[in-house]
Design a protein around this ligand. Structure first.
Ligand code: AGP
Length: 369
């Protein structure tokens, strides 16, 4: 009913707008009073385990897997532990290499995804310690994992996942910081500043929501197309994958996410006049490289919508249109960079007259293998 949707036309739009509060709820109680330490009382590892971990396997499906890709970056950067992030339905069938010093992290909004649970159960048989990052208290993943970090996003009704993703990211950044502090990793020195930045994210997310009208206009203009591309490097590539999935899932447009540097290895053949290319440019150390990839697609007459920091006056010289988002630490960019992409998928789906909250062929929680 309309009341359940809090005045929004769809649950998805309501959930997109709930993100500032959801991110804030994920942070609540997990930062020490002096603001310098991550607190995870819910993670009760055997003494010494934090220092003994020598590899981490992140398993998930869909949007949760995309969150895991960002988690891999974050954990490796802060702890220097090698992290593999894999689709659960692949991992479980390939005889993965694990030891007693492997930590498995499963990410699942619902806690009921069949393939993710199967990977969890397989790891359990092998004696691997399992941490679940989930949104649903009492879910199978929450009950069966050794330790659980709840995302506290509140119920997510729309099939397209939005606030679950941004809260998973928040939980993963916290976890990466916590693990660095527990192990005394070199990266631990960066954690206090990171926590200051994280506490700022709800306000930044609120500001990003103000891009809605511009995104809606763009979506209306381009929603009759059949193809779109998302490009980026590093963390921008991880977010591109999520933007592309979201657009496919609810607008039914064909979209592909490409690591910007990989375009010339095949995909450029598909870039022709007026193909929409959404380019993410939030990673300062990769800025010039990404701009040169934008030039490559512009040379084929693509239409480029760039997602860049406020204050970036350069990017408009290369891109056709720019959506500016408030500057944050680029390491945390995924939390806010995804929001315009969620809105793009939403407004494209509405423009195409689709059933936004219940896209064809899909279920909210995939409980079959
Ligand atoms: C996201 O928009 C999708 N509906 C889907 O990819 C989802 O993230 C996936 O099925 C995993 O679900 P889970 O997080 O509940 O395990």
């Amino acid at each position: 009913s309309a009341a359940e949707k809090g005045g929004y036309d769809h649950f998805m739009l309501k959930e997109i707008h709930e993100q500032p509060k959801a991110i804030s709820d994920t942070l609540t109680g997990r930062i020490s009073e002096d603001g310098t330490k991550v607190v995870f009382d819910e993670v009760q590892w055997p003494a010494g385990f934090a220092s003994e971990i020598d590899r981490i396997h992140i398993l998930a499906c869909g949007t949760s897997w995309h969150a895991g890709m960002v988690g891999k970056h974050a954990i490796e950067k802060l702890t220097r532990i090698p992290v593999d992030c894999e689709i659960a339905s692949e991992y479980r069938y390939r005889d993965p290499i694990v030891s007693k010093n492997t930590l498995m992290v499963v990410i699942t909004q619902s806690g009921e995804t069949a393939d993710t649970l199967a990977a969890l159960r397989q790891a359990k048989e092998q004696g691997t310690r399992i941490l679940a990052i989930t949104n649903v208290v009492g879910s199978s993943a929450a009950r069966e994992a050794d330790d659980v970090i709840f995302t506290w996003a509140g119920p997510e009704i729309s099939v397209a996942s939005t606030k679950a993703y941004t809260t998973q990211l928040t939980a993963l950044y916290l976890f990466a910081g916590w693990l660095a502090q527990e192990r005394g990793s070199v990266g631990a020195a960066e954690v206090p500043a990171l926590l200051t930045d994280l506490r700022d994210m709800p306000a930044k997310a609120e500001t990003v929501l103000e891009t809605s009208p511009a995104i809606e206009t763009f979506a209306k203009q381009w929603s009759s197309r059949e193809h779109a591309f998302f490009i980026g490097r590093g963390l921008d590539y991880a977010v591109s994958m999520e933007g592309s999935l979201k657009l496919k899932e609810i607008s039914y447009m064909h979209a592909e996410a490409y690591a910007a540097g990989e375009l010339k290895h095949g995909t450029l053949a598909l870039i022709v006049e007026d193909i929409p290319v959404i380019a993410l440019v939030t990673q300062d150390d990769l800025y010039e490289k990404t701009v040169s990839n934008i030039q490559e697609v512009k040379a084929r007459d693509a239409f480029v919508l760039a997602l860049a920091w406020s204050g970036d006056t350069e990017i408009g010289k290369t891109a056709d249109q720019v959506i500016h988002i408030p500057r944050v630490n680029p390491f945390l960019a995924p939390i806010i960079a995804v929001i315009p992409l969620q809105l793009l998928a939403y407004y494209a789906s509405v423009a195409r007259g689709n059933d936004v909250d219940n896209p064809r062929n899909l279920a909210k929680s995939v409980t079959v293998e």
